[in-house]
Design a protein around this ligand. Sequence first.
Ligand SMILES: [Zn+2]
Length: 363
Amino acid sequence: MRIPHSTVPGIVHPALPGRMAALLMSLLYQLDQTQWLTPEALFAEQARQLRVLFAHAAASVPFYGRRFAAAGLDPDAAVTRETLHRLPVLRRSDLQSAGATIGTTALPKSHGKRHALETSATTGAPVSLYGTEITGIFWRACVMREHLWHERRMDGKLAAIRPARPGAAMAPLGLSSDSWGRASGALFPTGPAVLLNAASPLPAQLDWLLRERPTYLISLPSNLAALARLSVEEGVSLPGLEQVMTVGEPVTAALRDIVRQAWDVPLKDSYSCEEAGYLAMQCPEQEVLHVQSENLLLEVVGNDGRPCVPGEAGRVLVTSLHNFATPLIRYELGDLAEVGAPCACGRGLPVIARVLGRAPAAG
Ligand SMILES: [Zn+2]
């Protein structure tokens, strides 16, 4: 049983959570139900949200005002798939050249303060955009949904081996903290977390894991593959490890195999980006990714702009449902993904069979 933090002195059972935890619980309650909606019903809910977003974007973002006008679309009208297909794709270069004109001039007060979203500069000039307290809440809800989907014990120890500032969190010590972090810890008390810089030498990473004995390990697929191979070569197992989690790079079947061979644990993948948060996360039952349709509308389209069907790969376009600071409408992320068939688990959330990495540069 998971017991949330209680914020009222003297009340421990049942707990009375604070504002953020209460918001997250109310979202998780809804997400628990919406995951089972049919794709049509999910789109109908997205369309209700998009109608509000499009009206806001056209009225308060000069860039989108011009786009809706050029497409001959009434931004206040009901949203259909036809509406979406008539809106042009938003390229990274569009975002860069739009500068401040892509931001709203009238952020609703209820969305809270805006904060800059950092985007990695690995694919050229970074883009400048903002999130809000509302987008932050949806991000935290997705973090929690992932823990719940994969039945993680929140009192376990979480180890992360990630890129970090040069010289920071290096082996042999790394860094430790008493909580999994703001997103995971907003709702439930958590166990400790430890961090190691992925620039630490591989044998030192393995020694560190053997000393720390984490319950969960998160890292980049390329780093995990090398670590798992080293473990197999040296006959090292990691007692106590229950799951491996991945971020940042595509996962292959070969990676899942070597992780299982090395440590006898499953790999749980997720797909996210700085600009729009969680895009998809691994199904609790199958090795496919479910689009987080309550957070965004994700399209996979061919070079002709037509939606891809199961088995086809295409370019990923994302429309953030809740970002009213820098609306992202049909934003081309630069990734290629393969559409999957409906999932055997019965969830209506669309399926991505696999992410294939960066797409060739678009014109
Ligand atoms: Zn599924």
